[in-house]
Design a protein around this ligand. Sequence first.
Ligand SMILES: Nc1ncnc2c1ncn2[C@@H]1O[C@H](COP(=O)(O)OP(=O)(O)OP(=O)(O)O)[C@@H](O)[C@H]1O
Length: 585
Amino acid sequence: MLKVFKNFTLKESMLALLSVLLIIFQVWLDLKLPDYMSEITLLVQTQGSQMSDIYAAGGMMLLCAFGSLLTAILVAVIAAKISTNFGANLREKLFGKVLDFSLEEISTFSTSSLITRSTNDITQVQMLIIMGLQALVKAPILAFMAVTKIMDKSWQWSLATGIAVIILLVVVITALLLALPKFKSLQKLTDNLTHVTRENLTGLRVVRAYNAEDYQENKFGVVNDILTATHLFTSRTMAFIMPIIQLIMSGLSLAIYWIGAILINQAGVLDRITLFSDMIVFSSYAMQIVMAFMMLIMIFIMVPRAAVSAQRIQEVLDTEPTILDGSLSDAVNAEVGTVEFKNVTFKYPDAQTAVLEDVSFIAKPGETVAFIGATGSGKSTLVNLIPRFYDVTSGEILVNGIDVRQYSQENLHDYIGYASQKASLFEGSIKSNVAYGHNNRARVLDSDIVEAIEVAQASEFVEKLEDTYNAPVTAGGTNLSGGQKQRVSIARAIARQAEILIFDDTFSALDYRTDRQLRQALREEAADATKLIVAQRIGTIKDADRIIVLEEGRIVGNGHHEELMANCQVYQEIAYSQLSKEELA
Ligand SMILES: Nc1ncnc2c1ncn2[C@@H]1O[C@H](COP(=O)(O)OP(=O)(O)OP(=O)(O)O)[C@@H](O)[C@H]1O
């Protein structure tokens, strides 16, 4: 857990030190109170005492109490500042780290867990800092200073206090041992809750359409019940502790007064006043000691959960991305835009078998290379290896004649315009989505945006929107239709003016006419780019310079439409299943 606190900045560490000093001062002030109380008790019982002396001692008591209050407020403010800043920094670090992760790390942690780790887990650590700075530091100082104050008083009182503390410890340790495993499991259970909630919200339409509300509710109910039961168990255990602590405190007061009464009875007349004032002072100190232990207990309740949270945060921070940057930037060893696969075999990290096997081909600048094959044959996987969403298991992929692993990722991505199978849009406007990101070589101008939208056959619908190019887009593009989203995502790839354009099954969401027009526009406007197109429809790729047919991760056909119709059985089957012989002729 302590490792996560290494993320404290120097300023936060200095503030923490300041709050420790303030706490020592506050404890000193708190422990001065019983001294003045004892003085007043003595003054009251001593004949001939001056009223002004009592006022003076009372005034000092007030000052101490006021000083303690001010210091406590100051410490609370500092603790809040430290914990808030620390939380903000940690969230930023975590966010930055997750951005560097490849898809492998993200699936190892799971998206839901990464969300909980960046939110709830950080809150747990923040709470520990707030409470810890106030109570964790204060309690031992308070206990130590109070114990030194009462050491030279009667051993009977000390014994009573010692026994009370021992009973307190036994009760608390037993309760903690019972509740600890539950406290530790709370974060994992919160992960599960986020996971089910997220799944439900993202799939809401399907849930509704299939009348699966009850099923989802049950699924949610199960994880929610487990979390509730765990919370209840820990809260009940703690609820049981509090009255016991109260009982111990009251019992200790009673014991101190009882012992005091016996001692006073046995003492001579002169000693009685001293004993009486000692008793008052001792009971105050004893209460402070018990209070200190109570504070520690509160912290001990929070520590296990926060420790698990800190460990979960640190786990993310310690994870090194598997996809690392190469040292080359802007290096070129062949015609810019050339993409070459050399005996590429790829296996997903958690899978047993390879999804792509011994794949080799070359795509030259200006060429359109299409990939077709049955569902699950590995088309998306293949194109996703080019921007290094994953690294090949064996073989190599060359971009501009250089292994993609040698480039810095930023530099590699500068060459690529990518439209994913499932269009991902971001909150903003049509314009901000098309001009999204940057590649160091082309600044996307307004005219480029308009042109890219036109090539993507999106002008018609965009110009009909109230704010046209500035029309708002909600997170995930939920205010656009599937086809509209896909066209905006195609426009985004085109606006990048990259040398390599990758369309991962992006044309399937378009109607046949738009599909044809788009391909025509792309041929004209992006004539020099290498176009890699994953497609389901023969119509989409019929005109491609080269079509690569995949079956179970292997290339079973490589050529243009006519060649494949003549010699590739898999291609023929796909073609005949989609088009009539006349259309194919
Ligand atoms: N993240 C992943 N982890 C493990 N296996 C995966 C992952 N993504 C895809 N696969 C597997 O890899 C194989 C190829 O998937 P891929 O998405 O590349 O196929 P595809 O040809 O694009 O299919 P489709 O036409 O349906 O999009 C499938 O068997 C799939 O189950």
